[in-house]
Design a protein around this ligand. Structure first.
Ligand code: DGL
Length: 272
C-alpha cells in the first residue's frame, strides 16, 4: 500500500456545481490544502439517474482523482453518496473517503429532535439512506422525506433568493408531511444556496441543516488523525468538468465565491 503524504491534494467531486458549496467549506476550514474538484457535467443531473449508472460514473471519477494523487476523496453529492459510497469503499480499499450523508445525519441525530424533514433529489430519497441512517442512530425519530427535483436545476439557472425560487420552495415545503417538524435537512449539495429562502419560509420555527461545514470538519478530523494535514499549500486549487460550457462557469461562480478557473477534462471520451 502506497504511503500518503500531507502535501497531496484533496479530491472533491459532484455531478456539477453543487459540490462547490462543500469545496468552499473545505477550503475555508482547511486553508493550507490544495483541492482538485471534478464536476461530471456530461452526466448531470445524477438525481435522475439509476444507482447503477451513478456507481459507474463515480468509479471513473475516483480513478481520475487518484491518478491526480489525491490523499482523500470527498463525495460531495448526496445522490452519489447514497448510490456509491459502499461500493467505492470496497473497490478502492486503501482510499480515504468522506461522504456527505453521514456527517449530516450524525449532526442531526445528536440534537435529539422528535420529527425532521428531508428534501433531496429522487436518487437520494428513493435510496432511503437518510431515513435508514437517522433511525439507526435515533430509532424513535419521525422522518418525512420529499423529492424536490425542480430545486437543483432552478438553482443552476441562477434562480435563488427571488420570486421564482420563493414560489417553488413554498410549493414543496407547504406539503402537509412537514407539519410540526423541528428540523429540515437540505440533503442536496445545491441547496445551501437557497437556505435563506427556506429559513424565511419557516420563519424561525424549524432549524435548517446542510452538509457543508460538517463535511469540512469531517475531512479535517480524518486527515488530522492520520497526520495528513498540510501546513503549507504549494499549488492553487484546480477545477475540472467533463463538459465545459460558459454558462456552467457562470453557475460555478455562484457556488464558489473564491478565485476559480475551470478546465475541461474529457475522462469519458479519452479513456484515462
Ligand atoms: N448535488 C447533487 C446532490 O447532492 C444533486 C444534483 C444532481 O441531481 O446531479 O445530490
Amino acid at each position: 500500500m502506497e504511503v500518503k503524504k500531507s502535501s497531496q491534494p484533496i479530491g472533491i467531486f459532484d455531478s456539477g456545481v453543487g459540490g462547490l458549496t462543500v469545496a468552499d467549506a473545505v477550503s475555508r476550514r482547511l486553508v493550507h490544502e490544495e483541492i482538485i474538484y471534478f464536476g461530471d457535467t456530461v452526466h448531470l443531473p445524477y438525481g435522475e439517474k439509476s444507482a447503477d449508472a451513478i456507481r459507474y460514473y463515480c468509479l471513473q471519477i475516483v480513478k481520475f482523482l487518484l491518478k491526480e494523487d489525491c490523499k482523500i476523496v470527498v463525495i460531495a453529492c448526496n445522490s452519489a453518496s447514497a448510490a456509491a459510497y459502499r461500493p467505492l469503499l470496497d473497490f478502492f480499499e486503501h482510499t480515504l473517503f468522506v461522504n456527505v450523508v453521514d456527517p449530516l445525519v450524525e449532526e442531526v441525530a445528536r440534537r435529539g429532535f422528535q420529527s425532521v424533514g428531508v428534501i433531496a433529489t429522487k436518487a437520494t430519497i428513493q435510496s432511503g439512506v437518510y431515513e435508514q441512517k437517522l433511525k439507526e442512530l435515533q430509532p424513535g425519530l419521525r422522518v418525512a422525506s420529499l423529492t424536490t427535483p425542480l430545486l437543483a436545476p432552478m438553482i443552476e439557472e441562477g434562480f435563488f433568493n427571488g420570486v421564482v425560487s420563493r414560489t417553488v420552495i413554498e410549493n414543496y415545503l407547504s406539503n402537509p408531511m412537514f407539519e410540526g417538524i423541528d428540523a429540515l435537512l437540505l440533503a442536496c449539495t445545491h441547496y445551501p444556496l437557497i437556505k435563506k429562502n427556506i429559513q424565511d419560509f419557516f420563519e424561525g420555527r424549524v432549524q435548517i441543516f446542510d452538509s457543508t461545514d460538517v463535511v469540512a470538519q469531517q475531512v479535517y478530523t480524518r486527515l488530522a488523525s492520520r497526520n495528513l494535514l498540510n501546513d503549507r499549500r504549494r499549488q492553487p486549487h484546480r477545477f475540472y468538468v467533463s463538459d465545459y460550457t460558459p454558462s456552467f462557469e457562470g453557475a460555478a461562480r455562484l457556488f464558489y465565491p473564491g478565485e476559480i478557473q475551470i478546465e475541461e477534462k474529457r475522462i469519458w471520451r479519452e479513456g484515462m
